[in-house]
Design a protein around this ligand. Sequence first.
Ligand SMILES: [Zn+2]
Length: 237
Amino acid sequence: MTVMLGDLTRLEFEASIRDRLLVIPIGSVEQHGPHLPIGTDSFITAALVDELVRLRGDRIILAPPIPVSASDEHASFQGTLSLGTDLLSTLIKTMVGRDQQRTRTLLVSAHGGNLTAFLEASQPFWIPRTHVLVEAAANWELPADALGLWEPDAHAGRTETSIMLALRPDLVRLSRATSGYRGPLSQVGDLLMSSGIQGVSESGVLGDPAGANPQEGLAILAALAADLIRTFDQVSA
Ligand SMILES: [Zn+2]
């Protein structure tokens, strides 16, 4: 059975953490184009953590989620809340870094913009490899999607639209869906760095939601969940 951190006493925590991992979900609050909700990445993170809990619950202590993270690249759009990379990194280091000898921790986030902060904080983490490829690859033309289904689709495109159609179809405004920048990200890397997403895509979308469907969303979620389980097993071994 999964244990919620906030339900435990200190003594119960000390006894439980010996054979469990503290899992901290990291949400994000950022624009996802005209058709997806601002909480998209938080919904995806929560769904994946639910699946992790379903399959590995007896080895987890679940912390309350941190709702806001690093989304400066979306800050020129209204509705985005961001701590920025430096503050998020400091927050994680301050919160869990000092206790890492005793408390093994796994950060889970569906938001690729947190990658730099997570790397700086030197804590074990999971982010979809789709995003890691997009953000970390020196060659920006690598396929953005680890599933190999389509070309760069980094933000509010077909991948996330399909996932949200599977998770929360009531929150997808499909009639407003529009494509964004669809070229190789290598051509706009500098612009992305200097002007954020808005400098590259007026709609706030990187990719194209056309063709998104819930069946595909379920398949992508299953692949992401399997990847998260693999990471969990490695970190908790
Ligand atoms: Zn997203």
